[in-house]
Design a protein around this ligand. Structure first.
Ligand SMILES: [Zn+2]
Length: 267
């Protein structure tokens, strides 16, 4: 491997590791410390909003809770515009008057896609559901409406994008599930495991030295195997509520995901 490539690779690693890591639930602002930063898509997912666990005392929370929610005996609320009672959760959009509804802190990403809150998800219908939401919530569709509704659309649409990206990625989904349980995930902690680090360094070198796409694909096959292994390990630990084990699995998934991203960039 050339010295230049090695330097760039090392710099990239350092740059990534120097980012602030925080998995505290945050609300609606990319300026908050993100829970995990791996690449552009995960940066988008960094401001995962975790229901029921707001950071108290921030201006943003005041904005969230100061909204004009009105509740009914059904507990699902009414449309802010026409007053219709929400038929089901999540109530992001009123089908009667076609108004985008305000942000609802209690709705999680799984509910947005009608999925059970679990690591193993059936994502076959996710893309069409995602498109359906964007057809209703996209900010461009409400450009003639009030400033208030434009704001709702911007928030809801961004949230659906974030939910889609988070749930589609096994790693981000795992981290999000832990956040929903109120657990803090620091996926950078594995630096103390020499065996893992040696393996990762070896794979990185092989990636750097891979002469052609088939060689890269072969490495990728192995990396994906490891990623699957640790994903299953996370799933089992999470089901048994062994959160420490679950976090260890996440930390390993993080390493293999990063290498996979590196391979994808080179392919
Ligand atoms: Zn309505």
């Amino acid at each position: 491997m050339s010295n230049r490539k090695l330097l760039i690779s090392s710099l990239n690693l350092l740059r990534r590791r120097s980012r602030p890591i925080s998995t505290l639930p945050t609300n609606r602002t990319p300026k908050s410390d993100p829970p995990i930063i791996l690449d552009h898509s995960s940066r988008q997912s960094a401001h995962s909003r975790v229901p029921k666990k707001p950071i108290h005392g921030s201006k943003l929370d005041c904005a969230v809770f100061g909204r004009d929610f009105s509740s009914t005996s059904s507990g699902l609320g009414n449309c802010w515009s026409c007053g219709a009672i929400a038929a089901s959760k999540p109530f992001l959009f009123c089908d009667i008057c076609r108004s985008v509804q305000p942000f609802d802190q209690s709705v999680d990403y799984f509910q947005i896609f009608g999925l059970e809150r679990a690591f193993a998800i059936d994502d076959t219908g996710m893309e069409s559901k995602y498109k359906d939401w964007q057809k209703k919530l996209h900010p461009d569709l409400v450009h003639t409406k009030s400033e208030k509704e434009k704001e709702y659309a911007a928030e809801q649409s961004a949230r659906v994008i974030d939910a889609y990206r988070t749930l589609r990625s096994p790693l981000l989904r795992a981290i999000y599930l832990m956040q929903l349980e109120g657990a803090r995930v620091d996926e950078e902690q594995t630096v103390s495991d020499p065996e893992l680090l040696a393996e990762i360094m070896e794979i990185r070198e092989a990636v750097e030295e891979a002469a052609n796409p088939p060689a890269l694909q072969q490495i990728q096959f192995q990396v994906k195997g490891s990623l699957d292994h640790w994903s299953k390990s996370f799933e089992n630990a999470f089901k048994k509520r062994k959160f420490e084990e679950a976090i260890t699995s996440i930390q390993r998934m993080t390493y293999y995901s990063r290498i996979n991203e590196e391979i994808m960039r080179k392919l």
